[in-house]
Design a protein around this ligand. Sequence first.
Ligand SMILES: [Fe+2]
Length: 268
Amino acid sequence: MLPPGAEPLRVLHISDLHLTPGRHRLMSFVRSLSSLAPDLVVNTGDSIASPEAISPLLDSLGPLLDLPGVFVYGSNDLYSPKPKNPARYLWRTSAGDHDRDEPDLPWEKLGGELAAAGWIDLNNRRDKLTAGGLDIALAGVNDPHCERDRYDLVAGPADASAALRLGVLHSPEPAIMDRFAADGYDLLLAGHTHGGQLRVPGYGALVTNCGIDRGRVSGLSMHPEISPAGGNTAWLYVSAGLGTSPWAPVRFACRPEATLLTLTPRSA
Ligand SMILES: [Fe+2]
């Protein structure tokens, strides 16, 4: 998807750490990811699950914070987790879980620390950066799952002169991804689904906990799936994520993941 002749771009996509202090294996795994030498790091949210997790998160990211990076929030960066039955996703989504008035997690401190370290805050914002020698146009929204997305603030044609146009959001909601694609974004990165979290071997995810269909609950696909006449179609990668809610610490047939995407040039 890069211009002909461009060097490949290595994008490390992390999501859904739901970090709490004491998750030492997860923290050391995240710390090890810098050995992949990505050109760009994209964090699609749900980074923390406790007010005490910001410092361990920064520690875990470590050298990744020295690289070009961008982030958005997931609802769980704003609202602390509540006890829940992990199987309840089978009959309802968690969208109404965040109807409380005010966020109770220190999301501003989280974003402030990541921004102070040099990563770009894409919550309802557009920006640009250079990574791997390429100019990248960026746009993102705050989490649609808790209705904090404001696409109108980033709407408009993506910079056609950039080598790559990247859209970032936590929950892969089709209506918002339609708008990113229509504005010319080439690649959309999202998380949130945990790959279905509880999967049936041979069948896959039972539910996605958001508007995307089960077939695209994780991994690479196109959005929209059917190209609109004269319209743009974007690549979509949905990460199955690295963690689970502390109150639903179960994944079944659904391995956690961090993803290294290598973007390559189009043929001339
Ligand atoms: Fe999550």
